[in-house]
Design a protein around this ligand. Sequence first.
Ligand code: CP
Ligand code: NVA
Length: 320
Amino acid sequence: MKPGKALIRHYLQFKDLRAEEYAYLLARTTVIKQRFKNYEKYTPLVDRTLAMIFEKASTRTRVSFEAGMYQMGGSVVNLTTGDSQLGRAEPIEDSARVISRMVDLVMIRTYEQTKIEAFAAHSRVPVINGLTNEYHPCQILADVYTYIEHRGDAATTGGALACLKGKVVAWVGDGNNMANTWLQAADILGFTLHVSTPSGYEIDAKVAGVTNQACLKVFDNPLDACRGAHLVTTDVWTSMGYEAENEARKKAFADWRVDREMMAAAQPDALFMHCLPAHRGEEVDADVIDGPQSVVWDEAENRMHVQKALMEYLLLGRIG
Ligand code: CP
Ligand code: NVA
């Protein structure tokens, strides 16, 4: 495929799409998910190929993109640093020029955001961020969908976003790629992000690049961040690429474990989310992640449904 350069839309950060595009995508996800649940064949991406490039480990991202692409009639090529020339210092720009002449879509999981931006700048086809050190937009897309599915109206374009407006999401833990992306979502979709991190691991609003500073409220005490929240969420203490800091982080993060007291401080119908993989007894207690307020398995499954809607949108535009 050789689209005109001006037509290419990439998804490198959550803020690459507008609120009204999210309203469409979230409602579209419901249609696509329902077809999957009904065993209805839906193959709009026949003859299209997705290249996936993994420079870090993955379970959910790999399976959700690969299964999703096959379900839509397309094919997948999987590349890792170890089994491609990417690991032997071929420039990212050259890799982008070559790979994007052979496939229709590229998903990349890598380290610095600058790497995926360099790839996208030299790609003929849309590029999707499957996680970088700075952002994880596909995960937050799934998380937002999951919240709406449980607490709002995920079936209609208007209804999809309405239930998030004015809500409070509490982030407990590292000021990492997930936190940055939640902050972009708060800015675009109109909710408030309460953030509590240990000292030295703060969220940097400049990384998210928010326009409305009021969408972020910072708390020293994680319990205070959870007060009145509609959703409580956390992530591992040590993200991929930061393993050398593991011991120091274990000490620094000891009080940033989501427990029953934190969930009790939130709204009575608050949900708990975690992008997974989780470490029970570190960032979350088992009775929270395995408890009645947790929606982590729906959250993981929804990665596939939202990404199918996203791939369809980037390749075919709006349907219907
Ligand atoms: N949540 C997530 O991205 O999981 P994986 O690292 O398994 O892909
Ligand atoms: N913050 C975590 C998310 C894993 C899905 C990491 O980057 O390792």
